[in-house]
Design a protein around this ligand. Structure first.
Ligand SMILES: C[S@@+](CC[C@H](N)C(=O)[O-])C[C@H]1O[C@@H](n2cnc3c(N)ncnc32)[C@H](O)[C@@H]1O
Length: 190
């Protein structure tokens, strides 16, 4: 399956290497996100969010299964005058990079077992940013297909060892139905 995923995402990214800006959700959090320390972008694709975080001062590691996405992320980082650590990883099978990270971001990628690993990746007080379309998104968009979508109201129950600082679910300005969360690892957590 992962090999299929790699090929599927490689061919998708081969069709376009255009750089775009960071996610609107991430930008909306800019006053709450750290500007120093280490960040991890899980399934970060071609690096638009990772480059933005690096430009703000973070030392960013991006992991993704697609070699093409990683090559594009490195190119976009060079264009932006920042450097990223880009790692080819299958998040469904491989070991995660060692923490602690001050920020972990996972946008538009859903692998439910990953939620159990997030507290171990984060430093005490570290932040987790996650967004993913929900099943209602199918009312307006055929993709992502149902197997990649959250159920309505599911996201808060997936968080483990983290305190939710903000949770929203609904139609975004971009016309997608998304669940979004900003959560924090408690200072005294193991
Ligand atoms: C919808 S894109 C999201 C990319 C980026 N986070 C964004 O929001 O634009 C999903 C990403 O997940 C990556 N991906 C899919 N399966 C993966 C896996 N098993 N391990 C790591 N990355 C994976 C794909 O290569 C792709 O870059």
């Amino acid at each position: 399956m992962s090999q299929e995923d790699r090929q599927r995402w490689n061919s998708k990214y081969q069709q376009s290497s255009a750089q775009r800006g960071p996610s609107g959700f991430l930008r909306s959090l800019e006053d709450r996100l750290p500007r120093t320390g280490r960040a991890l972008d899980l399934a970060g694709g071609p690096g638009h969010d990772a480059c933005w975080l690096a430009q703000r001062g973070l030392d960013v590691t991006l992991v993704d299964i697609s070699d093409v996405a990683l090559a594009q992320a490195e190119m976009h980082a060079r264009d932006a005058g920042v450097s990223l650590t880009c790692l080819r990883l299958d998040l469904e099978a491989d070991a995660l990079p060692p923490g602690p990270f001050d920020l972990v971001v996972c946008l538009n990628y859903l692998w439910r077992p990953l939620f159990a690993a997030v507290p171990r990746l984060l430093a005490p007080g570290g932040l987790f940013v996650f967004a993913q379309p929900t099943r209602s998104n199918l009312q307006r968009h055929p993709h992502p297909s149902a197997r990649f979508l959250l159920e309505e109201g599911e996201l808060p129950g997936l968080l483990q060892g983290l305190q939710s600082l903000s949770f929203t679910e609904g139609w975004t300005d971009a016309g997608r139905h998304e669940a979004r969360v900003l959560a924090q690892k408690l200072q005294q957590a193991p």
